[in-house]
Each structure stands twice: as structure tokens, then as C-alpha cells.
Design a protein around this ligand. Sequence first.
Ligand code: KG4
Ligand code: ZN
Length: 323
Amino acid sequence: MGIVRLQGDRPEVLANALWSQKVHRQYGGVMPEVASREHVERIDAILEDALAQAGIQLSEVTAVAATRGPGLVGALLVGLTYGKGLAQGLGVPFYAMHHLEGHIQAAVSEHPDLPFPHLALVVSGGHTHLFKVNAPGQYELVGATRDDAAGEAFDKVARMLGLGYPGGPAISKAAERGDPKGVDLPRPLLGQKGFDFSFSGIKTACLLAVKAGVNPDDLAASFQYRVVESLVQTTKRAAKALSIEHVVVSGGVAANQALRAAFGQSGLKSHFPPMHLNTDNGAMIALAAVKQVLLGEVGTDWEAEAEAYLPLVQPLADGQNRT
Ligand code: KG4
Ligand code: ZN
């Protein structure tokens, strides 16, 4: 749960209280029922935590936001219902926000003067999506993964290597000891004209390599190298084709140092969120709502429902523009 204060038109994160659900580690992933139960049990304490971090009283809160989707419906429902109740009780506006807008705003809010249009690459456990952002809140889908999300591939390869969950940080640690050219892995969608991503081929190649007994650190390094290469090269081609200079990169995988370094050397003007706002957090949802406030919107999302599947951009009739 996050608390953000608006200073003029600049948002400032006052609190970002997290309850890391370590309970999921034993399952090697998130267990939906466990996740929603933990949300119910912890949400009051997390609010207290956030208020204490920010050093404010609940009565000073002037707007409330929650995530409407996409995600695990049980967990979303808890947050959404709690947020609506809080806003009703306080008599303040309520904003139901899109998860991906949260990730994007976590990066954008650090750079309020970012020119439009810019690109936004969201790389998380559930998404690998490249958007063109034409104006605040106006997105066009440029490319997306055709199969696994990048973070999902990190998690699956980590599991193959017995590195535990979440896989991203574990793979990047092992990669520091390995040779990125040590294992020959495929370069997905090499030569395509569009800007889509694909990670299931690399994942399968990793499984075969594990079975063949390659050095695990070399495999981690080679896998990370290929994923980073694919993300950076595709984004670079899209930027060139669309004559765009600036790109914001966010979502859990944006915590990856190799990805940050590669974007830094890509020739693109790349912008990442501060490290504590990469993986899912409440402050990013507050930041997304601040964007609505700055657009002059008074939140009245009382009817919003939790949605497991919720595209940020509505698909085109030909099905190409999918999220
Ligand atoms: O955005 P996020 O917290 O949750 C979703 O919306 O999915 O992203 C979580 C994903 C996980 O797949 C995790 O393995 C990955 O982000 N991740 C990383 C790193 N830290 C987290 N991937 C690569 N390198 C990292 N350092
Ligand atoms: Zn996320």
C-alpha cells in the first residue's frame, strides 16, 4: 500500500508498505487462494504501516485508489473492496486503476517532463508489452509476447535450475558467475518485421541444456543475455521505426541490472523506476491515480469490478492489437 502526495504537479511517494508473501516460496509460485487470504488478514496492518511511514493521519487522505486488474481476482477483490470502503468512509474520490498503468507511472512520475510520444516497455511476470504513449493515459500497443512473459521465463528457468522463487533475482545472481556466451541459445523472432516477443523457445532450449548437464551459472548468464538482447533490440527497432527517442521500462524485470545496463548502452533515452518501485507495489497504483487527478478527473469508479483479464488497449478487430 502506498501513499503519494502531490506537490504542485509533482507526485512524491511518502510511503510504500509491502507485505512480501514469503508463504508462496514453498509452492514455487503464487497460490491464488493463499494470496487472497493473506490480503484479507494483512490489509489493516499494512494501512497502519503506510500511514506511519508517511507520518499522516487517515483523515488527511484526500483520494483512494486500488487496482481493478488484470490479476488474480481474489486478491484484486480484497484490495478493490477495501479501497472503495475506505474512500466511501472518508468521503473522497475513488480511482480503480489498471495494473500496467501503475508500472508505467512508477517510471514516468520520476520524469514528469518526458516528451510525447514515448515508448513504454512493461516487463513483468504476466506481461511483456511495448506501448506507444501518445499523451497521458493514451496507449497504443506496438508489440507483445506471443507466449511467455519475460519474468515468467525467468521464473521457469530458475525452477529448472533449482534456484527457487521468484526466479529473476536468483537468475541474475547466478548469471554474475557465468559466461553469457557459455551456452548457445536461440534468438527469438530474429528477422521478424513486427515488434513482438517470444520466450518459450529459449525456455525449452534451457530445459534441454539442463538435461545435457551444462554449467548452471553459464546457462543463467546465457539465458539472461538472450532475454535482455531480445527486449533491447526489439524496443530499439520499434523506436527507430516510429522515430521515438525516449522509452520507459518498468515491471518486475526492470529490476534486472543487465537489462538496465543494456538499455543504458542502447543509444535510446531510457528511464527506469527507482529500484523499490519495480516489482508490484501500492505506490505505483497511487501514482497512476495521480495521473488521473492531474488530468482533472474526479474518481467515481464505485462500479469497477475486479477483472482477471483486462487489456490496457482494446484489441483491434483483426486481433493484432492485443494485450
Ligand atoms: O511486476 P511484478 O512484480 O509482478 C507481475 O506483475 O507479474 O513482476 C514479477 C516478475 C517475476 O517474474 C520476477 O522473477 C521478475 O519480475 N523479476 C526479475 C528481477 N526481479 C524480479 N526478473 C529479472 N531480474 C530481476 N532482478
Ligand atoms: Zn506487476
